[in-house]
Every structure is written in structure tokens, then in C-alpha cells.
Write a protein that binds this ligand. Sequence first.
Ligand SMILES: Cc1cc2nc3c(=O)[nH]c(=O)nc-3n(C[C@H](O)[C@H](O)[C@H](O)COP(=O)(O)O)c2cc1C
Length: 191
Amino acid sequence: MSNPTFLAISGSLRRTSHNTGLLRAVQNLAPDGVTIDLYEELGALPFFDQDLENGPEPAPVADLRRRVREADGVIIATPEYNSAIPGVLVNALDWLSRPADPPVLGVKPAAILGASPSQFGTARGQLILRQILHRMQVPVVAHPEVTVFQSHRRFDSNGGFIGDDVTKSLLRALLAELVTLAERARPACVA
Ligand SMILES: Cc1cc2nc3c(=O)[nH]c(=O)nc-3n(C[C@H](O)[C@H](O)[C@H](O)COP(=O)(O)O)c2cc1C
């Protein structure tokens, strides 16, 4: 695929977030020709309210939907909160799940990953994220599953990725799979 662009969404609003740091690491590891834009306006989205669908589209929602429509897919790094995913991320996904037809993401793929200081590295949260995306009919990279456990050992106090080789190779593999799924999703060109 020529020059794919992906929108990277962190489920954390924390200034020194490990998950945002993980997405910055993916940006730095992306091969030439692959662009990853970091979405940093999650906290500006209003709470989803079905009544708001009858009025003008809130500007932050319009911006998120436009950026997703313009991308070839999304990369979502999620913290695990209470064995699930943060409400701010669910809120963004609720906005992206509407309108259902045509869907905002369409057949474009998603790669998911997450970092947490626990031993589980967001494994439980990612199952829930995968289920939500399945409901939205979004193809999700199946392998590798990137669960960055003991994240306090892999990120510095500013949320910067320290850079261990195992995590780096998983991030590269995840991105390669995402590019493959995006190639499949892009409509075939008619000669
Ligand atoms: C409300 C709340 C609930 C949490 N629940 C879990 C949890 O269920 N499992 C887990 O591994 N970590 C849990 N944590 C710890 C987060 O994984 C940790 O704060 C992580 O660094 C958050 O991601 P971030 O660095 O991207 O902000 C929780 C943290 C908060 C604030």
C-alpha cells in the first residue's frame, strides 16, 4: 500500500501516560512511507448524548470523525481501568459508532495495544476493546497481542518509552499487520 496514514488514539488523558508514550514509540518505529498521526483531543469530546445527534455535530466530534475518515485505519492504545477500559475511550468509540450507516470507520482496520504496571498488561481491558470494535464491524489485528506489562519499568517519569527490544519488535509486527489489513480494506483500483 502506498503511504498509508493511521490515526493513533490513546485512551489516557494523563500527561505522562504510558499508553500515549507507547503510541509515540509506534510513531518513531514506523517505516518510511507510513504516517501515524497522534490524536490528542480525547478530553475535548463531550459526553455522548443521543439527544445531541438531533442538533449540530459538536466541533470536537466532527474533527475526530473527519480524522478517522481520512485515515487508512486506527491504532488504539488503552489503559486498563477496573479490568475494563477508561470511560473517555468508550465515549470516543460511542461517538465513532454513530452514524452506523455509513459507519465512520467503515471497513478500515484497527490495531490495539495497551500498557499497565500490572502483570496483565491490559489483557482484560483489550478483550473488552476488541468486543466493542467487533460490534462496530471493525477488523482488528489478531496477532500479535501487545500487552505491555510492568510498564513502570519500560517508561520513564515523563512517559517516554525506554525502548526494550521485545516491545519494539512487537510494535513493528503489529504495525506491519495493520498495514496488511489496510491494504485488504482499500477498494481495488479499476484499471
Ligand atoms: C481508576 C483506575 C483503575 C485502574 N484499574 C486497573 C486495572 O484494572 N488493571 C491494571 O492493570 N491497572 C489498573 N490501573 C492502573 C493503570 O493501569 C495505570 O495507572 C496506568 O499507568 C494507566 O495508563 P496510562 O499510564 O496510560 O495513564 C487503574 C488505574 C486507575 C486510575
